[in-house]
Design a protein around this ligand. Structure first.
Ligand SMILES: [Zn+2]
Ligand SMILES: [Zn+2]
Length: 306
């Protein structure tokens, strides 16, 4: 595996390190930097740019800033073997940090990091371990990962919600596997539980805790399993509560079959004329089964025209 660093990232990391040390009164890095760059300032503009890039690369190596990245891959020999080129680039913001395999072929990977991440090797190591587990899962044939533009059977408007849930469920199983193996990762159990509770707000607490436990304790899931848990929370995540969980945000609407964020349920929330209208199309349907906001709206419009 060849590691390629983006010049703007190296520039930012070297500057950040110098600044951090200067703030503590340590000018060692500043002097070392100027000893190399003073000569470069005498070059013409085009040559200067190239000279600076070389200096940043040299200092990055000399100051051992790449060590956590190289060390992380020794924990994932299968990735080091499979990936031919790893591009390490600057993440625009904290939410953009992470690793991805490039499709098709998956022999190139991209790692997006904030420059300041390199100033804290321990947090960098934890992040890499978590991110490389994502990549390792994707490359494992038994994980059965499938790269698709959209999520089959999911309405475009619901896609971000399903993606967030898929990502969180996967993250939970990654951190639990790492912690059980005695390896430090980005989030502890309590933090993942809080995120899970926030994602499924409204679900009764005992049910929530049971589902979290099951997810935390499960052996490595496959991609289809995670997708099912994200798209069908009532059945695949909260189990056995089919009837009462129907109105859970993200469950599939029994009428249009699309997952929805907001449901109406019961005759209190769906007026009788509307119930009768819906039953013309779905004779088996009862108001207790609920309907998504979109369907209720649709039938309300129909009501005026029939
Ligand atoms: Zn993750
Ligand atoms: Zn619907």
């Amino acid at each position: 595996m060849q590691i390629r660093y983006e010049p703007v990232l190296l520039d930012a990391v070297v500057s950040a390190l110098i600044q951090e040390r200067e703030a503590t009164g340590d000018l060692h890095f500043t002097h070392e930097y100027h000893a190399l760059t003073d000569a470069a300032y005498r070059l013409d503009l085009a040559a200067r740019e190239e000279a600076f890039q070389q200096i940043h690369r040299r200092l990055f190596r000399r100051w051992n800033l790449a060590a956590p990245i190289e060390a992380a891959f020794t924990e994932f020999p299968e990735l080091r073997e499979h990936i031919q080129t790893l591009w390490v680039v600057r993440a625009p913001g904290a939410r953009d940090e992470g690793a991805d395999l490039q499709f098709p072929g998956r022999t190139a990977a991209i790692l997006r990091l904030l420059p300041r991440r390199f100033l804290d090797p321990l947090s960098l190591t934890r992040l890499l371990r978590h991110e490389l587990t994502h990549l390792s899962d994707v490359l494992d044939p038994t994980f059965a990962y499938e790269h698709t533009e959209g999520i089959p059977g999911i309405h475009l408007a619901e896609e971000p919600l399903v993606r967030d849930r898929y990502r969180l469920l996967w993250d939970i199983t990654i951190d639990s596997r790492l912690i059980q193996a005695g390896r430090e990762t980005v989030a502890a159990e309590a933090q993942r539980r809080a995120e899970f509770e926030a994602q499924y707000r409204g679900v009764p607490a005992p049910l929530l805790e049971k589902a979290f436990r099951r997810t935390w304790d499960m052996p490595r899931p496959s991609h289809p399993q995670l997708l099912e848990m994200a798209t069908e929370p009532g059945r695949a995540l909260f189990e056995a509560w089919e009837g009462t969980i129907r109105s859970l945000p993200g469950s599939r609407c029994p009428l249009c079959r699309f997952p929805s964020r907001s449901f109406r349920q019961g005759s209190g929330e769906i007026p009788l004329p509307l119930v009768e209208l819906i039953q013309c199309d779905f004779p088996e349907w009862q108001p207790e089964l609920g309907a998504c906001e979109r369907c209720v709206e649709g039938y309300t419009v129909c009501q005026g025209t029939r």
